[in-house]
Design a protein around this ligand. Structure first.
Ligand SMILES: C[S@@+](CC[C@H](N)C(=O)[O-])C[C@H]1O[C@@H](n2cnc3c(N)ncnc32)[C@H](O)[C@@H]1O
Length: 265
């Protein structure tokens, strides 16, 4: 059935519904999640099935014991915080079902033994599906033939490829890259001296004019508390991103606003 036929059929159904039930039906059509499956593209389905495969072979906290500093920094957060990987656990229903089974919790006990609870902070070391789609469908241009580097690929949400090494040993990779993606790479994983050194290395080697750098959070925020001699105004120009591209009501706009795009000068 084509669009015109389908629209007529929907209108015919609405006309056929008893007057008393029509407003109920319209309310359901405006608010239901039952249409979600029709909005999913094939790409969404592929991404979700990759996430499902990974969920099945990783521990629920999706962190390795070797990630000492990241684990320590989560424990040091002012509010009790847990790592819930946004790529793996992108769907609130999955989190709810794990909470019901007692495998995950959204709350912590304020006074041990009492029924008083408060919401836990969730932190993610991966981009969510929404952030990935924003990145690839809106923020970045066509990447055909381009070299894209995801610094710290972790589960491979941004880029599923394998080069296991410290970015500070990869000068030529950075020099040749057309696009470099850096999603909160250093803050949780390196101490401040190492972070400063790593940013200096990136800024010295990512010099290809016109190449693009995506960062979360902004470069200003990432280096503001570090001692570096990076002069942002001489290195990059920020490109404005339109964060209003999604119409859905449950979009985490705050998360999207953390994504920044720069062009190398
Ligand atoms: C927040 S995760 C980002 C994961 C992935 N890019 C994403 O957006 O879903 C940051 C990753 O950067 C890695 N990382 C930290 N310092 C690094 C370095 N010097 N060289 C390469 N990777 C590094 C961390 O181990 C971690 O896996």
């Amino acid at each position: 059935m084509d669009f015109v036929g389908a629209r007529s059929a929907v209108l015919a159904v609405l006309r056929g519904v008893s007057a008393g039930d029509r407003s109920r039906l319209l309310h359901w059509m405006r608010t239901t999640n039952d249409f979600d499956e029709f909005m999913l593209s094939n790409n969404d389905v592929v991404l979700r099935s990759i996430a499902e495969d990974l969920r099945n072979c990783l521990p629920i906290e999706a962190m390795l014991n070797s990630e000492h500093l990241a684990i320590k920094k989560i424990l040091e957060q002012p509010e009790p915080t847990v790592h819930v990987d946004a790529f793996l656990y992108d769907d609130d229903d999955i989190i709810d079902s794990l909470c019901e089974k007692g495998k995950m919790s959204r709350n912590y006990c304020v006074v041990c033994g009492s029924h008083k609870t408060a919401p836990l902070e969730f932190i993610s070391h991966s981009f969510s599906l929404m952030e990935l789609k924003f990145l690839y469908q809106y923020a970045l241009p066509d990447l055909t033939g381009k070299i894209l580097v995801d610094v710290g690929s972790r589960l491979g949400a941004v880029l599923f490829g394998v080069l296991h090494s410290d970015i500070c040993t990869q000068a030529s990779l950075l020099q040749n890259a057309d696009v470099v993606v850096m999603n909160n790479v250093f803050e949780y994983f390196l101490d401040r001296l190492e972070q400063a050194r790593a940013w200096e290395f990136i800024s010295h080697n990512m010099r290809k004019k016109g190449s693009l750098l995506v960062t979360v959070p902004s470069l200003e925020e990432s280096i503001s508390n570090l001692q570096t001699d990076i002069l942002l105004s001489q290195w990059v120009e920020e490109m404005k991103l339109d964060y209003d591209v999604y119409m859905e009501k449950d979009i985490d706009r705050e998360a999207l606003e953390q994504i920044h795009l720069y062009k190398i000068l």
